[in-house]
Design a protein around this ligand. Structure first.
Ligand SMILES: Nc1ncnc2c1ncn2[C@@H]1O[C@H](COP(=O)(O)OP(=O)(O)O)[C@@H](O)[C@H]1O
Ligand SMILES: CC(=O)OP(=O)(O)O
Ligand SMILES: [Mg+2]
Length: 401
């Protein structure tokens, strides 16, 4: 019987999970990886084995089945008495000012984390949902939560302030930063494969459905593009990123926009979707640029792609300025790992800094995509938020291993 840990990585567009086998108390081996994707009143369940071979693919109506209940019944069938679940790890998007280190779930802790929902009104309930589900379906399992905000606690105090009246700061309205588990993983990975970048001035670019940059200086987060909320910084799949707050004042005054309308506009209808009018999904937009025959639609798709790249270049410039230079650039997450075209646009725009792209290596999604004479080393590195969460779970469950 193998001891296994289940890790949940709930994000804006899906709930990913990974099942890890734990050997000799500390060796982590990936067994199964899967995701649950929500689509109106249905959910899709996909799972693949350690060789990334698809083992299950199903679609259900949420009226008939609760996704996590299904996951546990699937697990019971699938494991056939071979797996013993010893712990569960979760990504929680917001730890507020108080939670930095991973912590074991208690009813009291859950209440405290729920009280942070006003700071991340969409993500906090999404990332807490699997915690609630396990409390319901497997209450005996120890659950450990890890925070997306934690890695950014090293950002200088001055950069954590928002230039608003003091009373907002006192209520917790300040800059936090997100995608910290991804950045923590990458900084540890760089320590192994490229210590010079890990300890130098490196910009980590997490480009997925949600997107942000982290300025990694001497191994720590020095600045990041998301701030108070997951709306800040880069343009994303359906989120606007940084915009002039005057645009919100306009929506409120001229269109009587209420909270729900603003949430829907800024979180769900903006970004790539808003500008293209077509999709939140980078792959769909790339395809559409090739197949679309209507020049007006093509123009909008092209503008969405160009604006997304432009905003990344702008923010790289800002982060390089506050770090007083840049030695490395690392692309990660769905878009960062796979979209050679976007990486090329960004890298060409940074050639004035001495960045030289190896276009062949870039097309192949190679580990290093800059040429040897480049002043900035550019890497493509898959992120693994689930692995870092599993590592964080292990100290809590040593007695059970
Ligand atoms: N081969 C690819 N080329 C371009 N974009 C891709 C590719 N594969 C995935 N993506 C994009 O990555 C994004 C999703 O990234 P991901 O990191 O999985 O997001 P999340 O974890 O936030 O759900 C989508 O926009 C998707 O189109
Ligand atoms: C913090 C955030 O934006 O997360 P995600 O990319 O999962 O939406
Ligand atoms: Mg993600």
């Amino acid at each position: 019987m193998s001891n296994v840990v289940i890790v949940f990585n709930a994000g804006s567009s899906s709930l990913k999970f990974t099942i890890f086998k734990i050997e000799k108390k500390s060796i982590i081996i990936k067994l199964i990886k899967g995701r649950i994707e929500y689509d109106n009143e249905t959910f899709h369940f996909l799972a693949s084995d350690h060789n990334d071979q698809l083992i299950t693919q199903n679609t259900f109506s949420t009226k008939n089945k609760e996704p996590l209940e299904y996951l546990f019944s699937w697990l019971s069938e699938h494991e056939q008495g071979t797996h013993h679940i010893v712990g569960v790890g979760h990504r929680i998007v917001h730890g507020g000012a108080d939670f930095v280190d991973p912590v074991c779930v208690t009813p009291e802790l859950l209440k405290q984390l729920e009280s942070l929902t006003p700071f991340a009104p969409l993500h906090q309930p999404q990332t807490l949902a699997p915690v609630h589900a396990i409390t319901k379906y497997r209450p005996q399992l120890p659950q450990i939560v890890c925070f997306d905000t934690a890695f950014h606690r090293s950002i200088p105090d001055i950069a954590q302030l928002l230039p608003l009246p003091r009373r907002y700061g006192e209520k917790g309205v300040r800059r936090y930063g997100f995608h910290g588990l991804s950045y923590d993983f990458l900084s540890q990975r760089l320590q192994l494969i490229d210590p010079e970048l890990a300890n130098g001035r490196t910009i980590l670019a997490h480009l997925g459905s949600g997107a942000s940059l982290c300025a990694l200086k001497h191994g720590k987060s020095f600045e990041t593009t998301m701030g108070f909320s997951t709306l800040d910084g880069l343009m994303m799949g359906s989120r606007c990123g940084m915009i002039d707050p005057g645009a919100l004042l306009y929506m409120i005054k001229e269109e009587n926009a209420d909270w729900e309308t603003l949430v829907n506009t800024l979180y769900h209808q903006s970004g790539l979707l808003g500008v293209s009018g077509i999709s939140t999904d980078m792959r769909v937009l790339r395809e559409r640029l090739i197949t679309e025959t209507d020049p007006a639609i093509r123009k909008h798709v092209q503008q969405a792609l160009s604006l997304s790249a432009y905003r990344i270049v702008e923010e790289i410039g800002a982060l390089a300025a506050v770090m007083e230079g840049i030695d490395g650039l690392v692309f990660t997450a769905g878009i960062g790992e796979h979209d050679a075209e976007l990486r090329q646009t960004i890298c060409l725009a940074l050639s004035w800094l001495g960045l030289k792209l190896d276009t062949d290596a870039n097309q192949k999604n190679a580990d290093i995509i800059s040429s040897p004479s480049s002043t900035i080393r550019v890497r493509v590195e898959p992120t693994h938020e689930e692995l870092i969460i599993c590592q964080n779970v292990l100290p809590f469950i040593q007695d059970a291993l």
